[in-house]
Design a protein around this ligand. Structure first.
Ligand SMILES: Cc1ncc(COP(=O)(O)O)c(C=O)c1O
Ligand SMILES: [Zn+2]
Length: 421
C-alpha cells in the first residue's frame, strides 16, 4: 500500500467527520481526502475510508428524522445540521401486504424514497456532495444527470446559496426539465445521451478550477449518501437486516453502497450478522449489468440505452463490475424487464399500495415479480423493494394506460348509465 499526496485545498478540522482517507477499490492505495475520484496509480475508483467511533442505536435514534441521524457514519462535519441543506431521508418503509399477496411474498416492504424533498433518492447523495463542496471551498456545484440528480442539485444549490450548473440529455421528460429549471438559470440541455453528457462533464471538470461535479470529482463523497438507504431499512425493520433487497441499477453506485451500509452496521454491532441477498434491477433497453450477470462475465459491455426508464439509462455504468461482485457474493442476482412490464409494475404498485412510482420503481417491482416467478428470490424471506422516485415525474410512461372510467354529464342518471361501479 502506498500513500501518494495529491494536492488539495486546506481543510478545517473535522471537515469530513470520521472519514480518514480515500482508498482505491482496485489496488488499495490510500490518498488524502480531497476532490479526487480516480487513483493516480491505477485509475481505479476511490472510496471513503473511516475510523468509526463506537456508535449506539440510542445515539442514532436521538438524532434528527433525516439522514443526519447517521452523520457519524458519513464524511460530513458534526455541525452539518446547522448549514442550509435539503434535510433528506428517513422516508417511509411501508409494509406492503397487498403487493406481497399479489406476488406471493409473505413479508414485503416498500422503501419509498419518493418522499424526499425533490422526490427521489438523489437528495441523499447530493446532500453529502454539497457538504464536500462546501468544505473544499468549491465555487460551482454541478452535475451531469439523467434527470433526478438535476432536480436535487439545482434545489440544494439554491438553498445553500452556491451557483449550480446542471447538464442533462436534451430529450428528458418535461417534468424533470421544469423541476430543475425552476431552481437554476444554468440548466444546460446537451444534444446526446447521458453517457455523452457524462463525458462532457468529465472534460469540463478537468478544465475548470473550483467546480464540484457531484458525481464526478466529488463522487466518493456523493456515493456515501446511498448508504443511508441501507441504514434506514435496517433501523426501520427494528435494527435487523432483511433477507432480500431489490435495488434499481443505473451507474450501480446505490446498490453497492447499500451493501457497504449493511457491512458497516454488522461491524459496528448495530445489527446481528446474518446472510442477505442483494438483487439489481434494470430495464431491458439498458441492461448491461444484467447481461453481464447472466453471461457470467466480470466486465460490463457498454450499450446504447433505449428504454422509458430514463433515470436508469446509463449505458456505461461506472460501478457495474462492483454490482456484479455484490450480487454474486450475497447470492442475489441482476435481472431486467421490458418497458411494458415496467409500466405494469408502476400500475401494480399504485393499485396495491397507493404508491405512484417513477419508471425506476416500475423496474424494481416488475423485476421482483420476475425474480419470484423464476425462483431466483425466496418468497419466504423478509423482502424490501426500493421505489427511488416519484411517478409524477414520469407521467408519460403510464398516461395512455389509465384515465377516467367514464366522462359524463353532471347528473345521477348519467352516472348510473355509465356503470362505473
Ligand atoms: C430514481 C432513480 N433510481 C435509481 C437510480 C440509480 O442510481 P445509481 O446510479 O446509483 O445506480 C437513479 C439514477 O439516476 C435514479 O434516478
Ligand atoms: Zn489504485
Amino acid at each position: 500500500m502506498s500513500t501518494q499526496v495529491l494536492q488539495r485545498p486546506a481543510l478545517r478540522e473535522g471537515a469530513f467527520g470520521n472519514a480518514t482517507h480515500l482508498s482505491c477499490r482496485e489496488c488499495g492505495a490510500t490518498h488524502v481526502l480531497g476532490p479526487f475520484y480516480a487513483c493516480p496509480e491505477c485509475f481505479g475508483p476511490l472510496e471513503i475510508a473511516y475510523d468509526f467511533p463506537q456508535v449506539t442505536r440510542a445515539q442514532i435514534e436521538a438524532g434528527p428524522a433525516n439522514i443526519w441521524r447517521y452523520r457519524s457514519l458519513l464524511p460530513v462535519p458534526t455541525d452539518i445540521v446547522d448549514s442550509p441543506n435539503m434535510e433528506p431521508g428517513f422516508t417511509r418503509l411501508l409494509r406492503a401486504g397487498n403487493l406481497g399477496r399479489d406476488l406471493g411474498i409473505d413479508r414485503l416492504w416498500v422503501k419509498d424514497d419518493s418522499g424526499n424533498p425533490t422526490h427521489s433518492f438523489k437528495d441523499r447523495v447530493v446532500a453529502i456532495a454539497l457538504s464536500a463542496a462546501r468544505e473544499l471551498g468549491s465555487k460551482v456545484f454541478a452535475c451531469p444527470s439523467t434527470g433526478n440528480l438535476a432536480n436535487a442539485v439545482a434545489a440544494a444549490g439554491a438553498r445553500a446559496g452556491i451557483p449550480t450548473v446542471v447538464f442533462i440529455p436534451h430529450d428528458l421528460e418535461v417534468p424533470k426539465i421544469v423541476a430543475s429549471a425552476i431552481y437554476t438559470n444554468r440548466l444546460v440541455a446537451v444534444r446526446g445521451n447521458y453517457d455523452d453528457v457524462n463525458r462532457l462533464a468529465s472534460e469540463i471538470a478537468g478544465e475548470e478550477d473550483g467546480w464540484a461535479f457531484v458525481n464526478v470529482n466529488v463522487r466518493p463523497y456523493y456515493a456515501e449518501g446511498s448508504k443511508t438507504l441501507g441504514y434506514e431499512v435496517a433501523e426501520q425493520l427494528g435494527w435487523r437486516l432483511p433477507d432480500n433487497v431489490v435495488i434499481p441499477v443505473a451507474s450501480g453506485s446505490q446498490l453497492t453502497k447499500v451493501d457497504k451500509a449493511f457491512q458497516e452496521l454488522i461491524r459496528l454491532g448495530l445489527v446481528e450478522e446474518k446472510p442477505y441477498r442483494i438483487f439489481g434491477a434494470q430495464a431491458t433497453g439498458c441492461s448491461p449489468v444484467s447481461a453481464a450477470f447472466k453471461d457470467g462475465h466480470d466486465v460490463v459491455r457498454p450499450v446504447r440505452p433505449a428504454t422509458i426508464a430514463k433515470s436508469l439509462a446509463i449505458g456505461n455504468p461506472a460501478d457495474g463490475p462492483y454490482v456484479l461482485d455484490v450480487a454474486r457474493r450475497t447470492g442475489g442476482a441482476v435481472e431486467d424487464v421490458d418497458d411494458e412490464l415496467v409500466r405494469e409494475g408502476i400500475e401494480l404498485l399504485a393499485r396495491t399500495e397507493g404508491v405512484f412510482a417513477e419508471t425506476a420503481g416500475g423496474v424494481t417491482v416488475a423485476v421482483l415479480r420476475k425474480l419470484v416467478e423464476t425462483g431466483q428470490l425466496d418468497p419466504d424471506g423478509d423482502t424490501v423493494v426500493f421505489n427511488t422516485g416519484d411517478g409524477l415525474k414520469t407521467l408519460d410512461a403510464v398516461a395512455d394506460r389509465v384515465g377516467p372510467a367514464a366522462t359524463i354529464d353532471p347528473s345521477y342518471d348519467a352516472f348510473v348509465a355509465a356503470h362505473v361501479i
